[in-house]
Design a protein. Structure first.
Length: 439
């Protein structure tokens, strides 16, 4: 399987389209079609149910995308959120230095980069300018006056909206430590060279938790969240555990706020890439907010009356990266009776549709009417049911295989006689008969 196979399937079946495709597209932006929206929503709901709704120590928030620009001063993003940008002197193309040369990190120097003898991916020349730091935050202006006083930024992460609301939550809910604040929402990063489909893009959806703990307990809570992430990815989402690898990020490559980070890597079609992160942010964010705002971020323990600034552990994942991991994990090509079929073997809890109902022939009113009754019955109970009467039954099966529908239910002439239907299993292509009453 190649990444191109996934891209083709996504466009052909209405999962994902290039952003602004009608005008020639815009790099690093993607639009989700009907099936893509359904799968994406299932993934986000699964994460929220697992990490938030099923626990007593998690609370949800939904912070604004536009924030006071002092947020990004306190967080360190304005000073440090940058990629190493290098420009080819011959064709003027620009790239992230660490992505076009082997064995170097984001903190690479010009001398280290030049020593790799990297060639320009566009013109093939080896003529580079010096490495410059490129801040990845999108800037915009708020209000009627377009000057430096009105500059703010599209958030590059959802985390800061959680940190700036920490005091609001403590003052209103007053939760006991440890507790977490969770958020799902858009984040924006002005990537120098977006690539690999939805793996590295400029607009994405993030799902993040900031878990506030006593400084002395961060290690035990880090390990608990570490185990939860494996459980979520492998048992809730159904990813192959052999494709998931932990990477202990060295100090030189960690984000400026992190004292320890484990990246959960996944074997994508194009190679191993980060899927999910787990970072120990210490009291970096809350201490900086306290300094910048002049307001106390201390927490008073309900039992001991001890006051301290909590430390924070952050599980974080990009929805698009999870989406691509799920698709590539489920994508299968098989030979059935001498012909090739493509099938998405999605877990049933994630599949856009759970059932597809079809009349064997669409030009037989009695079959269509009976099939409609079955469709209405299932849809009233399960919602995620689709109707398909296009083409012959074989083509319908192939279509539903490609979009990951676990069961196809066909109403035929025997149904009119004995009220039984054919149920076809997506993964095995086997069929059984079942009464409508027992569906």
């Amino acid at each position: 399987m190649k990444l191109e196979d996934i891209v083709s399937l996504c466009k052909r079946r209405g999962f994902i389209f290039q952003g602004s495709d009608i005008y020639g597209g815009m790099a690093g932006t993607w639009d989700f079609g009907p099936l893509g929206v359904m799968l994406k929503r299932n993934l986000m709901n699964a994460w929220w149910n697992y990490f938030v709704d099923s626990r007593d120590d998690m609370y949800g928030i939904d912070a604004a995308i536009l924030m006071n620009p002092r947020t990004w001063i306190a967080s360190g993003h304005l000073a440090t959120f940058a990629d190493p940008l290098v420009e080819c002197k011959e064709c003027k193309s620009r790239f992230r230095a660490d992505k076009i040369a082997d064995g170097i990190s984001e903190s690479v120097t010009t001398e280290e980069f030049l020593a790799t003898h990297a060639k320009c991916p566009v013109c093939g020349k080896e003529s580079w300018g010096p490495i410059r730091k490129f801040n990845m935050m999108f800037s915009t202006h708020v209000g009627a006056i377009d000057d430096d006083s009105s500059v703010t930024y599209l958030r590059p992460e959802t985390a800061q909206g959680i940190f700036t609301n920490y005091k609001n939550i403590v003052d209103t809910v007053y939760p006991s430590l440890p507790f977490g604040l969770a958020q799902q929402g858009k984040a924006f990063r002005n990537e120098i060279s977006p690539r690999d489909f939805i793996l590295r893009d400029r607009e994405c959806s993030q799902m993040e938790i900031e878990y506030f703990v006593h400084p002395s307990t961060w290690e035990e809570n880090f390990e608990k969240l570490r185990a939860m992430q494996h459980d979520f990815l492998e048992n809730v989402i159904g990813l192959d555990s052999s494709k998931i690898h932990e990477y202990e990020v060295p100090a030189s490559d960690r984000a400026h706020y992190s004292k320890r980070t484990i990246d959960f890597m996944f074997d994508y079609p194009g190679g191993e890439e980060e899927l999910m992160g787990l970072a120990y942010r210490t009291d970096f964010d809350l201490a900086n907010i306290q300094r910048e705002s002049g307001k106390s971020m201390e927490y008073r323990d309900k039992i001991t009356n001890e006051t301290f600034i909590p430390h924070v552990i952050e599980p974080s994942i990009g929805v698009e990266r999870l989406f691509l991991a799920v698709l590539s994990n489920a994508y299968t090509e098989e030979d059935i009776d001498g012909s090739k079929r493509t099938v998405l073997k999605l877990p049933e809890n994630l599949a856009p549709y759970k059932y597809c109902v079809s009349p064997l022939l669409k030009n037989k009113p009695e079959l269509v009417a009976k099939a409609r009754k079955v469709y209405d019955m299932l849809r009233a109970k399960y919602t995620f049911v689709t109707w398909d009467d296009s083409g012959n039954i074989g083509k319908r099966y192939r279509k539903q295989d490609e979009i990951g529908t676990p069961k196809c239910i066909v109403i035929d002439f025997d149904t009119l006689a004995d009220d039984t239907v054919t149920i076809r299993n997506r993964d095995t292509a086997t069929q059984i008969r079942q009464t409508i009453a027992n569906l």
